[in-house]
Design a protein around this ligand. Structure first.
Ligand SMILES: Nc1ncnc2c1ncn2[C@@H]1O[C@H](COP(=O)(O)OP(=O)(O)O)[C@@H](O)[C@H]1O
Ligand SMILES: [Mg+2]
Length: 295
C-alpha cells in the first residue's frame, strides 16, 4: 500500500453561481471532476433540514471495495468493508494514515465511487444514482467538513455559513444558527473573511457551515486536526450535543483518542478493512485498542 494520500490542494476558489437553485445545481454538475472543487460546490448547495431519522441506518456500506490505479501502482484503499452508521449516532473512524478512512467517507458521501460493493445514504444507492440525484442527496441530506476548510474567500464568516441556505432559497432557523455560531465561538468574528481568520477559526466556520442547515448526516474528516485542544473540545462537545439532543448523525475521522471519546462508537480501520469496534469509548479504552491493533 502506498505511504500516504495526496496532499489537499490549498486555495481552490469557487465563484458562487446566482442565487437560483436550478442554476446552482447545474453549476455543481458542470464543475471539473475534481474532488475538492466538487466538495466545495456541494457544500454551497446544502439545503434546509430533513426530518431526523430514528433507528434506521443513516448510511451504510456493503462489500465496499475501492482500488486506485492498476498493475504495479494498484492500491486497495478499501477491501470488503461492511459498516452501518446508525441515525442519531456519533461515530468516530480511526486508523493509521493510509488505512482508507477518507476514501470510505468520500464513497459514502457520493464524492467518489466504489470499485465494487455498495454504499447507501438512507435508501439512496450511491453507485446507481445519477448526477442529479447525487446533487440533491448532497444538498438535502449531507454535510461535509474537510481538513482543508474549503471556504469562499470573498465572503464573510457568516455569509459562508449561510451561503448553502441562501443558494437554496431557504431561511436559516435563527435560534439554531445562533446556537451554532455561539458554540463554535464565532460570534465576534462573523464579519471577517477567511483570510482574516486563523486556521482554527476557519475550521470553526467550516464546521458551523456543515451543521447550520442541520443535514441528515454530517461527515467530518479530522475536523479538529488543525485546532488547539480548547477550541477542539468546544467543537467536539457541540457535535455531541447536536447528536444527543437534536438527533444529528455524525461520522468523524480522527487520530486523537480524546476526540474519539466524544463519539458513541469507534470503528477501527487498517489496510482498508474494519478491524474492530468500540462502544462508549473513553480516551483510555481507545488507546488500549490502538495499542492492541498496533496503530
Ligand atoms: N486519488 C488517489 N489515487 C491513488 N491512491 C489514492 C488516492 N486517494 C487515496 N489513495 C490511497 O489509498 C489509500 C487510502 O487513502 P485514504 O483513504 O486517504 O487514507 P486515510 O484517510 O486513512 O489516511 C492510501 O494508500 C492512499 O495513498
Ligand atoms: Mg484521510
Amino acid at each position: 500500500m502506498a505511504a500516504c494520500a495526496p496532499p489537499p490542494r490549498a486555495g481552490v476558489r469557487i465563484t458562487p453561481p446566482s442565487d437560483d437553485v436550478a442554476t446552482a445545481i447545474s453549476y455543481v454538475s458542470s464543475v471539473p471532476n475534481d474532488l475538492e472543487v466538487k466538495a466545495t460546490a456541494m457544500t454551497l448547495l446544502l439545503d434546509h433540514p430533513t426530518a431526523p431519522a430514528t433507528t434506521r441506518s443513516a448510511a451504510r456500506a456493503r462489500g465496499a471495495r475501492k482500488v486506485y490505479g492498476s498493475g504495479d501502482t494498484e492500491v486497495v484503499a478499501l477491501d470488503n468493508v461492511d459498516v452501518d452508521f446508525a441515525a442519531g449516532e456519533f461515530t468516530a473512524i480511526m486508523g493509521p494514515s493510509g488505512s482508507g478512512k477518507s476514501t470510505l467517507m468520500h464513497c459514502l458521501a457520493g464524492l467518489d465511487q466504489l470499485t465494487a460493493g455498495s454504499a447507501f445514504v438512507g435508501d439512496v444507492d450511491i453507485a446507481t444514482a445519477n448526477e442529479k440525484e447525487l446533487t440533491l442527496l448532497r444538498r438535502d441530506r449531507l454535510g461535509f467538513v474537510f481538513q482543508a476548510f474549503n471556504l469562499v474567500p470573498t465572503l464573510s464568516a457568516i455569509e459562508n455559513i449561510t451561503l448553502p441556505m441562501d443558494l437554496a432559497g431557504s431561511k436559516p432557523d435563527r435560534a439554531w444558527l445562533d446556537e451554532v455560531v455561539t458554540t463554535v465561538g464565532l460570534a465576534e468574528r462573523l464579519a471577517h473573511r477567511p483570510g482574516e481568520l486563523s486556521g482554527g477559526q476557519q475550521q470553526r466556520v467550516a464546521v458551523a457551515r456543515a451543521l447550520a442547515s442541520r443535514p441528515e448526516i454530517v461527515f467530518a474528516d479530522e475536523p479538529t486536526g488543525n485546532l488547539d485542544s480548547t477550541t477542539g473540545a468546544e467543537i467536539l462537545a457541540f457535535m455531541r450535543h447536536a447528536v444527543r439532543q437534536l438527533d444529528q448523525t455524525i461520522v468523524m475521522v480522527t487520530h486523537d483518542p480524546v476526540a474519539a471519546s466524544y463519539a458513541d462508537r469507534v470503528v477501527f480501520l487498517a489496510d482498508g478493512s474494519i478491524t474492530d469496534h468500540l462502544t462508549d469509548p473513553t480516551p483510555d479504552t481507545v488507546l488500549d485498542h490502538m495499542r492492541r491493533l498496533g496503530n
